[in-house]
Design a protein around this ligand. Structure first.
Ligand SMILES: [Zn+2]
Length: 339
């Protein structure tokens, strides 16, 4: 009995330890698999990490402010959606209408918003390649007169800068000089990966509203949403092909009537497609944003193009972009009518 008991206990013990060994092996295998999976995730982009951040230039739109009863419906919409966004400020807009004090309050509301990160977009929106280093530098510094104090008031950092027109100079000399200047001021030059010429759609959209042609205006708004989603798909393909994984995208648009009415629809569609709307800080953690910029022309192209060393490859991708021909021709007709 006793022996049997010992034997069975020994057997039991061996069985347990054997089992433990097997379990241990399984555990090690699982762990190895897990590590392999994690490695794949980090290399190929984590499946759940389809992210994009929303950045809005030319803040605040003081032109629309009076007619809208001194309210920014774009800000109210973003606030209600509770998504993070980053604003790029042109302080000269404060002085573009006679409601200076009210306009200042509008800027303050954008900066005070809990979901906003803030950036300088220069004072008066000049083209760097045209005005040159000294004038541009002065405009950058002037662009922080109000926002620097407001940033402090709301415990925010004013570290981001976005070039007007994303014009980073006419050649590599201008480009590097301004890069050094930004670095000396601890400013981060803000990239973008996706834009869809919202400013052009906006001109046409407002034109039809002014003409009372609301159906046509609606068609333009819907075309803008469609085109934006097509651009998202295009730049997703560029990232996947050139870098072998999805990336954390940055969408660039403007404070205008069009986005007041349609940015919400774009955000909803992005979410439906599995995108997480993240803040700019998080987007910039994607190591791709550390890649060198090989593009030394004045045109404001996507950073996905700037990272391409070959102009030939860059141009071949640009040619595959969803066409903007329709909106361009309508835009030019309207501009001609106005002259
Ligand atoms: Zn701008």
């Amino acid at each position: 009995m006793g022996n049997g008991n010992i034997r069975s206990r020994l057997f039991f013990k061996r069985a347990i330890s054997g089992n433990l060994v097997v379990q241990g092996i399984r555990y090690a295998q699982d762990k190895f698999l897990l590590m392999l999976l994690m490695l794949c995730f980090f290399q190929n982009g984590r499946a759940q990490d389809k992210t994009i951040s929303i950045t809005i230039d030319d803040i605040p739109n003081t032109e629309m402010y009076e007619q809208n009863g001194f309210r920014s419906d774009l800000l109210l919409m973003l606030d209600a959606l509770d998504v993070p966004f980053t604003i790029f400020i042109n302080e000269d807009k404060i002085y573009k209408t006679r409601f200076r004090a009210k306009n200042e309050k509008l800027l303050e509301a954008w900066i005070a918003n809990a979901q906003s990160l803030i950036g300088n977009h220069s004072y008066s929106h000049p083209r760097y390649s045209e005005v040159g280093y000294e004038a541009f530098m002065a405009d950058v510094v002037k662009g922080e007169e109000l926002s620097r104090d407001l940033a402090i008031k709301y415990d925010k950092e004013l570290r981001y800068f976005r070039f007007p027109f994303n014009d980073m100079g006419k050649d590599s000399l201008q480009h590097h000089r301004m890069r050094d200047f930004m670095e000396s001021r601890n400013m981060v030059i803000t990239p973008f990966t996706i834009e869809s010429s919202d400013w052009m759609f906006d001109v046409v959209y407002r034109y039809y509203i002014e003409q009372g042609e609301l159906e046509k205006a609606k068609a333009i708004g819907e075309a803008y949403v469609q085109k934006t989603m097509a651009m998202v798909e295009h730049f997703e393909t560029v990232a996947q092909t050139e870098h072998g994984r999805p990336m954390s995208h940055i969408y660039l648009c403007h404070d205008n009537r069009l986005n007041t009415d349609y940015l919400e629809e774009i955000i909803i569609r992005l979410k439906q497609q599995g995108y997480d709307i993240v803040d700019l800080d998080q987007s910039l953690e994607d190591p791709l944003y550390q890649l060198p910029d090989h593009y030394y022309r004045k045109w404001g192209v996507s950073w996905l193009y700037r990272w391409m060393a070959s102009q030939k490859i860059r141009v071949s991708w640009m040619k595959q972009e969803p066409s903007l021909k329709d909106i361009e021709s309508t835009y030019h007709e309207i501009i001609k009518k106005r002259q």
